[in-house]
Design a binder for this molecule. Structure first.
Ligand SMILES: NC(=O)c1ccc[n+]([C@@H]2O[C@H](COP(=O)([O-])OP(=O)(O)OC[C@H]3O[C@@H](n4cnc5c(N)ncnc54)[C@H](O)[C@@H]3O)[C@@H](O)[C@H]2O)c1
Length: 327
């Protein structure tokens, strides 16, 4: 079996490559390197540089590498940018996916794992978000992920393609400092960025109906997330007939933004008191996964805690921003 991993040179993709090759799976990466970094990949993993929406290239890669399964991570992923450029997001994340699925079906590939997101749920009023919680995305990014799930499932049903949609909650940390996230779009790198500039970390809203007034989120270590991809990929391979699996990938535990800020201060040694800004539109008070389906159906549970996420993310940050250590 060979797995094609689109977006494999990205932050999460590189961890998925590592988990899958570490478990003995054969992989090939397709990445246009728009945000990916080739050095994140082991030297013996073939990297094809190009678009996951290039049909001719896909036909060639699927055939030359005798691909039997696809893990599709390549996508545009910034919520704010998706509001400004919805057409780009729909083209990349939905139209591009349709091209990929056409190539997959034409090549007779039978397994397809799709990177979805908790953004498909929007701002649900639920203590724990289950896979049955209604999906109501509130921005084009979340819409494209939900449309992507529909597309993958419909193609799966029509063409005997087993599909697994993984709805990631808040991804953090790194298995190795070199594999860390280089973007500053999530709360942990945003805190690091402010502290490195000797500025107070910002908390958006402290008047939410939560115990300390700040938003509560479910953080998942990227190495655990990568292991979840391996578990889903293997389940799709084991199954006799086509499967259709949709799973939350979280820890089922909430951490408030203030608790996270305290932990970041302790781990980094930069103890600058956070400042409170007004709420941001679209932030739910609480977004915590029910992780029951993954544990009951696949026997997978996250092993790494929030401290390990912040420590490993900080190591990665300091590798790219050595001034952070002396600030
Ligand atoms: N990081 C998160 O917190 C998070 C949360 C939920 C879902 N996701 C999803 O996980 C996936 C990976 O995210 P990430 O954080 O690793 O982002 P990333 O930007 O680090 O990785 C995306 C990778 O895909 C490549 N890519 C983008 N468009 C491509 C295209 N058309 N053809 C080929 N390659 C292309 C990029 O070069 C990059 O290597 C995305 O689908 C994203 O929507 C991420």
């Amino acid at each position: 079996m060979t797995w094609l991993i689109t977006g494999g040179a990205g932050y999460i993709g590189a961890h998925v490559v590592r988990a899958m090759t570490g478990a003995g799976e054969k992989v090939v990466v397709l990445d246009d390197l728009s945000t990916g970094i080739p050095d994140r990949l082991p030297a013996d993993v073939p990297l094809v540089r190009g678009s996951a929406a290039d049909r001719a290239l896909l036909d060639r890669v699927l055939s030359e590498h005798a691909v039997t399964g696809v893990v599709h991570l390549a996508a545009k992923k910034q919520v704010g940018e998706s509001v400004e450029k919805p057409l780009l997001y729909y083209r990349e994340n939905v139209s591009g996916l349709a091209v990929l699925l056409e190539a997959v079906v034409a090549a007779g590939v039978q397994r397809f794992v799709f990177s979805s997101s908790a953004a498909v749920y929007g701002v649900p009023d639920a203590e724990l978000i289950t896979e049955e919680t209604p999906c109501a995305p509130i921005n084009p990014y979340g819409e494209t992920k939900l449309a992507g799930e529909w597309l993958a499932r419909a193609a799966g049903k029509a063409h005997s393609l087993s599909t697994g949609c993984l709805r990631y909650f808040n991804v953090a940390g790194a298995a190795e400092p070199e594999l860390s996230d280089t973007g500053v779009f999530n709360v942990i790198p945003m805190f690091f960025d402010r502290l490195t500039r000797d500025e107070a970390p910002r908390i958006f809203g402290d008047d939410y109906p939560t115990p300390d007034g700040t938003c509560i989120r479910d953080y998942i270590h990227v190495a655990d997330l990568a292991d979840a991809h391996l578990a889903v990929a293997r389940r799709l391979s084991e199954q006799g007939g086509p499967a259709d699996l949709t799973v939350n990938i979280g820890r089922g535990e909430g951490v408030s933004v203030r608790e996270l800020a305290d932990l970041v201060g302790e781990i980094t040694g930069h103890r600058i008191k956070p400042e409170t800004e007004p709420r941001r539109p679209g932030d739910a008070a609480r977004a915590v996964a029910s992780a029951t389906r993954m544990s009951e159906e696949l026997g997978w549970t996250a092993r790494r805690g929030v401290r390990e996420m912040v420590e490993s993310a900080w190591e990665g940050w300091c590798l790219r921003h050595p001034q952070a250590l002396g600030a």
